[in-house]
Design a protein around this ligand. Structure first.
Ligand code: FMN
Length: 333
């Protein structure tokens, strides 16, 4: 098939070239028409056709949301967008770790800036699949500006304070800065809003948990867990970046378990990190996730990964004698 052959070719190219060309080639891929009522889940974003979302960072341009939705996602995330345009870090900033089915990235938020992104996202057609807009800023004032604009086009917003490539974001995790952020965002909130957090890391996780407590007490809908794992590697121009893919799965599951144990069942939890199969998705959903999100699997298994995962979820439901994903989520209050 043309699309499969194109993907095989892309995998031989340097990863960032392959990503950019892959996005352009999306027009070649036929729309995935897998609609099964058994896959539907109700979330603050609306009733999703399935619980599998596209994670932040895949479309950093804001130009591909509609085409990416056609791969079968229940919702797509665009961004992360910052207050001003940014070129990102010098290359190489993306490395494949093939044997581990993982990626190392030190992208550093290359993006056109929130204003241009909003213009592009407003122009998207056929947006029946909900759109999440991811924003990030070190300064509270800038985050507020991004939040206002993101809510004009997004069905939901993800507030990213956990990029491994912008270490200054960690300032939200000390002193009163996170409380100040919450106080600045809460009065202007008009859309479901999720906090994107770090994986459980020694020395940081307790501060992440405290921030989540403040976030949920303020009435925000939920949390997206987890971002890539900070890792040092000399192959990246900056000497360090974030690890994503298979090796992240156990850390993501630990986060899901711990967040449910600590904060109960009333908030929404998007699980992201190393989800490669329907079984991975089912494990996260049956443990406490409302949705799962994908990124690295697309780099290794190609655009049909979404369809395959949805089919595997349906097979897993049948094997368990369940009629729907929501039955799988028996923990839902
Ligand atoms: C190249 C690359 C760029 C990313 N950019 C962002 C980003 O801009 N914002 C964000 O919140 N997460 C970003 N992420 C993290 C993903 O959204 C996700 O949390 C992480 O990759 C774990 O999921 P995965 O194992 O399925 O890839 C990026 C990941 C990769 C690999």
């Amino acid at each position: 098939m043309l699309a499969e052959a194109a993907f095989r070719l892309l995998r031989k190219m340097p990863p960032e070239t392959s990503h950019v060309l892959g996005l352009r080639a999306l027009a070649l891929f036929p729309e995935v028409s897998l609609e099964d009522p058994a896959l539907r889940v109700r979330t603050a974003l609306g009733t999703l056709r399935n619980p599998v979302g596209l994670a932040a960072g895949f479309d950093k341009t804001g130009s591909y949301a509609t085409r990416l939705a056609k791969l079968g996602f229940g919702y797509v995330t665009a961004g992360t967008f910052t207050a001003s345009p940014r070129p990102g870090n010098p290359r190489p900033r993306l490395v494949r770790l093939r044997e581990q089915e993982a990626l190392l990235n030190a992208m550093g938020f290359p993006n056109p800036g929130i204003e241009e992104a909003v213009r592009r996202l407003s122009a998207r057609r056929g947006g029946k699949v909900p759109l999440m807009v991811s924003i990030g800023a070190v300064e509270i004032e800038e985050m507020v500006r991004c939040y206002r604009l993101a809510q004009q086009v997004g069905d939901g917003v993800e507030v990213n304070i956990s990029s491994p490539n912008t270490p200054e974001l960690r300032s939200y995790l000390s002193g009163t800065k996170f409380r100040d952020l919450v106080e600045a965002l809460r009065p202007i909130k008009s859309r479901p809003t999720y906090l994107k957090v770090h994986p459980p890391i020694e020395g940081l996780w307790e501060a992440v948990l405290s921030a989540i407590r403040v976030w949920l007490d303020a009435g925000f809908e939920g949390v997206t867990a987890v971002n890539a794992l900070p890792t040092e590697d000399r192959r990246l121009s900056t000497g360090r970046g974030g690890l994503s893919g298979r090796p992240l799965f156990p850390l993501m599951m630990r986060a899901v378990n711990e967040l449910r144990r600590r904060f109960g069942w009333e908030f929404e939890l998007n699980a992201v990190g190393g989800v490669f199969t329907g079984r991975d998705a089912v494990e996260a959903l049956s443990t406490g996730a409302n949705t799962v999100q994908l990124y690295t699997v697309l780099a290794y298994r190609g655009p049909y990964a979404v369809r395959r995962i949805l089919e595997e979820i349906l097979a897993e439901l049948r094997a368990r004698g369940l009629n729907s994903v929501e039955e799988l989520m028996r923990w839902v209050p």
